[in-house]
Ligand binder design. Structure first.
Ligand code: NAD
Ligand code: LMR
Length: 341
């Protein structure tokens, strides 16, 4: 047994007839680990990943409470076999053999804080977890959720470079919540079903670095300048809207779990070889002079297959891009220096 407080793992069930609980003939799926699985995002994300038919094995790792979360999730009669891992000594077992690792570990904001205020605690957490990934599943696709994403993705890249395992095609910062929010708010303004709306959101994942391209909304539409100002500001401040509404109890967790599950599903469909999967993500990039940038990327068997061009930007968006790049550059440098200091 990995931990005395742990619930029975599949391997411990005495009367098991197969090698695991999967139904005979079930399609082989992917192995996914969630690091920070007992948290506000981690728990609903674990629930959603347990419901994903592409997942055959789901590893739930955290420094607290994974036995309870794992016992609970493991009773769902869906295909994935669930295993729990508690604390640093179990990190390597949690990671070994994984195809996709999702990282929502770390502290969330309280009202009055910026995402960068989380750097001091979360940078070290992301470093430790990525050292584990480099050692135990260097070929896994990594989805980074922990804030400040603008810095934690460069931190992950530097850790992987040091370990000699870095493949920029497999490291993706999760900015899907910005797209999810943009689709919802634009849908509200235009009176459209948000599921039918697709807004590219580029740049990064904090304040003015979040740059919705309202000139490229699909289905094609036009906005008044008042609508553009309102929508841009609401999308850029969506996280703060939730932090303030939660009044000290954390930041977005449920909408984030939805967004992370959507993004993870896109990565898994890419791994499976499905074509035509394009999602916005914060990745190593050459679309601007910055080493990392969020934009639409095409996903495939190796992770990122292609970084798609930004497309034509209008004057308002070009001005926003210049401001975003200034702030983004500093956040990237801060992450890189944290590892190389
Ligand atoms: P939370 O505090 O509810 O949960 C975080 C979990 O991480 C906890 O269970 C904690 O025990 C765990 N943890 C802490 N240190 C760990 C370590 N070393 N190894 C493994 N697990 C560890 O916070 P939350 O609301 O789930 O948010 C988590 C992070 O996600 C925050 O940094 C938050 O800012 C960020 N976030 C990002 C986005 C995004 O769009 N990318 C959206 C929302 C939140
Ligand atoms: C979000 O956008 O909701 C997250 O980045 C959490 C936060 O701190 O706003």
């Amino acid at each position: 047994r990995p931990h005395p407080a742990s619930h029975p793992q599949v391997e411990d069930v005495p009367l098991l007839r197969g090698s695991n609980c999967r139904a005979k003939g079930a399609a082989p799926g992917f192995k996914v680990a969630i690091l920070g699985a007992a948290g506000g995002i981690g728990q609903p994300l674990a629930l959603l990943m347990k419901m994903n038919p592409l997942v055959s094995v789901l590893h739930l790792y955290d420094v607290v409470n994974t036995p309870g979360v794992t016992a609970d999730i493991s009773h769902m009669n869906t295909g994935a076999v669930v295993r729990g891992f508690l604390g640093q000594p179990q990190l390597e077992n949690a990671l070994t053999g994984m195809d996709l690792v999702i990282i929502p570990a770390g502290v969330p904001r309280k009202p009055g804080m910026t995402r960068d205020d989380l750097f001091n605690i979360n940078a070290g957490i992301v470093r430790t977890l990525c050292e584990g990934i480099a050692k135990c599943c260097p070929n896994a696709i990594v989805n980074v959720i922990s804030n400040p994403v603008n810095s934690t993705v460069p931190i992950a890249a530097e850790v992987f470079k040091k370990a000699g395992t870095y493949d920029p095609k497999r490291l993706l910062g999760v900015t899907t919540l910005d797209v999810v929010r943009a689709n919802t708010f634009v849908g509200e303004v235009l009176g459209l079903d948000p599921r039918e709306v697709n807004v590219p959101v580029i740049g990064g994942h904090a304040g003015i670095t979040i740059l919705p391209l309202l000139s490229q909304v699909n289905p094609s539409c036009s906005f008044t300048s008042e609508e553009v100002k309102y929508l841009t500001s609401r999308i850029q401040n969506g996280g703060t809207e939730v932090v303030e509404a939660k009044a000290g109890a954390g930041s977005a967790t449920l909408s984030m779990a939805y967004a992370a599950a959507k993004f993870a599903d896109a990565c898994l469909r890419g791994l499976r070889g499905d074509g035509g999967i394009a999602e916005c993500s914060y990745v190593a990039s050459q679309v601007t002079e910055l080493p990392f940038f969020a934009s639409k990327v095409q996903l495939g068997r190796g992770g990122i297959e292609e970084i798609l061009p930004l497309g034509p930007l209008n004057e308002f968006e070009r001005a926003g891009l210049e401001k975003a790049k200034k702030e983004l550059g500093k956040s990237i440098q801060k992450g890189v220096s944290f590892i190389n200091k």
